[in-house]
Design a protein around this ligand. Structure first.
Ligand code: SAM
Length: 234
């Protein structure tokens, strides 16, 4: 399914990343299962092997390059869809403890089967982020919350920051066209502080990674419920 090992390792290297054969084999299993499952259940629009390599695997793993996430960190991936970015992160660094959250149960079912096939450990949560982060077992319990392609910065901050421990970080993976400063008010109300923004090139596309440090506890009134969140962002 994926292009051969040498080609893939060369592409990873172009982005300053090493690719071992063991990791490559897991990515190949992932790509095969994703494309097969996607025939019956809508998981992703990206199904061409090279596109899966760049837009799903390399893009996800670049999060490790542009952040200082340490080994053994706990990471919750909010709106993970078919597992991006956190399943590639776990394949790449097995010490990470990942929790996969999505509001669509068919995606969680896919992820349970995928992680079983890949022999990797993960936590699975079916639900809406704004409901789950109110539960004591998940609130401010993670070193990192992350999300790729889920919502604008203001809305995403309300979905992600409540999960993060003070001292931890929220990492948003974004396209080029969003004005991140429009989320600044939300970030600050939720106990965060935008600490870093990195722009990078993924083949011919511009992307960015925004890092928000959690500097104080999120007030208990946040997140608001779904209908309030949708009506007006912070
Ligand atoms: N992160 C993946 C990626 O980059 O390929 C999936 C992105 S997909 C466009 C957005 C995902 O977020 C969907 O799977 C959707 O079900 C989920 N989602 C949207 N709002 C959510 C919420 N409030 N709580 C949990 N999941 C949510």
């Amino acid at each position: 399914m994926l292009p051969n090992y040498d080609f893939c390792a060369e592409q990873f290297e172009k982005y300053g990343l090493e690719l071992t054969e063991t990791v490559y084999k897991k990515f190949d299993i992932y790509a095969n299962f994703l494309v097969e499952y996607n025939k019956n259940v809508n998981l992703t629009a990206i199904t061409e092997p090279k596109e899966i390599l760049f837009k799903h695997f390399i893009d996800s793993v670049l999060m490790l390059k542009y952040t200082d996430i340490s080994d053994n960190s706990s990471i919750i991936d909010v709106g993970t869809g078919a597992g991006f970015p956190s399943v590639p992160l776990k394949i790449y660094n097995d010490s990470l403890n990942i929790t996969l959250l999505d509001s669509l149960n068919k995606r969680i079912t896919f992820l349970e089967q995928l992680c079983d096939k890949l022999d990797i450990e993960a936590g699975f949560i079916h639900g809406r982020a704004e409901d789950i982060s109110k539960l004591p077992e998940y609130r401010e319990k993670f070193d990192v919350s992350c999300a790729r392609a889920v919502a604008n910065m203001a809305l995403l901050s309300e979905l992600c920051i409540p999960f993060v421990k003070v001292g931890g970080m929220f990492v948003a993976m974004k396209g080029p066209n969003e004005d991140i400063s429009l989320g600044n008010n939300a970030v600050s109300l939720l106990g965060g502080n935008v600490s870093h923004e990195t722009n990078y090139q993924l083949e011919d596309e511009q992307r960015k990674i925004v890092i928000v440090s959690k500097i104080s506890q999120t007030p208990t009134k946040y997140p608001r419920n779904s209908s309030q969140i949708k009506k007006k962002t912070l």
